[in-house]
Design a binder for this molecule. Structure first.
Ligand SMILES: Cc1cc2nc3c(=O)[nH]c(=O)nc-3n(C[C@H](O)[C@H](O)[C@H](O)COP(=O)(O)OP(=O)(O)OC[C@H]3O[C@@H](n4cnc5c(N)ncnc54)[C@H](O)[C@@H]3O)c2cc1C
Length: 351
């Protein structure tokens, strides 16, 4: 077995609620590792609506969803959380009282006294491309994400899609590929215009190919692709030799492995918690944010922030069973200010 990464608290999910939990746990001296299946931080805010304005964060009249994520990252910097992106937590086992072991799909193992499930609507999973017979190639020569760019060095790559992922990976992989073709079914792209312009420039320089059409057939053996057939929008047929296919057709949300962690789920998708600390039926495992359920629950970011604050108070008992917890304000506690790396404010004279 691989050497486990040991820490005080493992947070499953790096959405806004997982991020703010780092702050509340950090103020109480608990170290955190966060694991997220996405290759970026910010959960739904970053993945689904980064540019949409949010108006209901207390004290912040307006911010963009990505702006909120960036601000949370700035706020938790003093606590140096460790991120493990592009990894899905598959298993959570109780191995002590309380001590938990978590295993990811990348084979990493974590051990912690407290687990915080901040998994939102569950795991984002790639939508399958409408190409018959993709299954034998999945994970071998057909990939829905790029975990290590070097895997694609000197390969003949076929990328399919017209969104940001398709265009970003076209631009990033073009310099290391043996040959790269982008296929998209429409001449309009959902990706950032700047990426589209850069892609078109590469096409103009003869560095990559672009085809308007759809992949209709895959050929290969033992999971290894050798060629793909593309039907052009003008009816022309193209036979493309390729070693790797990267389809980017967006993501859907599915509960994923959380369903197998032994909780009796509400409506088959939410983890019931009590409301004094948002702890699940397993002492030491908490569920906060969109993934939990209790009477009156509102799936709002501000609710998840409140849940994180109360969770941290109870988590402290598990991580430091012999230490008494004294409630303090960040405005007046010099010890909290030290943790935050801010200079203590001189007391203001009475008016
Ligand atoms: C279009 C839209 C607009 C919205 N507008 C607002 C608004 O104006 N105000 C507001 O308060 N709320 C709004 N919301 C809701 C808000 O985005 C959610 O309440 C919030 O994102 C919940 O945060 P979370 O951290 O609980 O979950 P999420 O943001 O869903 O993050 C959960 C993370 O957990 C990861 N994960 C799940 N399972 C695993 C696993 N097994 N292993 C590893 N990682 C895992 C996921 O990849 C994801 O990144 C909006 C939502 C949408 C879709």
């Amino acid at each position: 077995m691989v050497e486990p990464i040991k820490t005080d608290v493992v947070i499953v999910g790096a959405g806004p609620i997982g991020l703010f939990a780092v702050f509340e746990l950090g103020l109480l001296d608990m170290k955190t590792h966060l694991i997220d299946i996405l290759d970026k931080i910010g959960g739904q805010c970053a993945e689904l609506y980064p540019e949409k304005p949010i108006y209901d964060i207390p004290g912040v009249p307006m911010t963009s969803a990505q702006g909120l994520v960036d601000a949370l990252m700035e706020q938790i910097k003093p606590f140096n959380p460790q991120f493990h992106l592009g990894e899905m937590v598959e298993k959570v086992e109780k191995i002590g009282d309380p001590l938990f072991r978590l295993t990811t799909d990348q084979g990493n193992v974590f051990e912690s006294k407290v687990v915080v499930i901040a998994a939102g609507g569950g795991s984002f999973q790639p939508k399958k491309p409408p190409i018959p017979g993709v299954e034998p190639y999945e994970g071998k020569s057909l990939h829905y994400a790029v975990r290590k760019m070097d895997r694609f060095r000197d390969k003949r790559i076929l990328i399919v899609g017209g969104g940001d992922s398709a265009l970003d990976w076209t631009l990033n992989l073009a310099p290391i590929a043996n040959h790269l073709t982008l296929v998209h079914r429409r001449s309009e792209f959902r990706a950032a215009p700047d990426s589209v312009n850069k892609m078109m420039a590469l096409v103009g320089e003869g560095k990559i190919d672009f085809l308007l059409g759809q992949v209709t057939q895959l050929h290969g053996a033992n999971g290894q692709l050798s060629k793909a057939i593309v039907k052009g929008n003008d009816g022309s047929m193209h036979e493309l030799a390729c070693d790797a296919l990267l389809p980017f057709f967006g993501l859907t949300m599915k509960l994923g492995p959380v369903a197998n962690w032994g909780f009796e789920l509400k409506n088959n998708e939410l983890i019931p918690v009590e409301t004094s600390a948002f702890e699940t039926s397993v002492p030491g495992i908490f569920a906060i944010g969109d993934i939990n359920w209790y009477p009156g629950k509102l799936k709002l970011i501000l609710s998840g922030f409140h849940e994180g604050a109360l969770m941290a108070q109870k988590a402290h008992h598990y991580v430091y069973p012999d230490k008494r917890l004294v409630f303090q304000y960040t405005t007046s506690s010099t010890s909290l200010q030290k943790k935050l790396g801010v200079a203590p404010q001189a007391p203001q004279p009475a008016a």
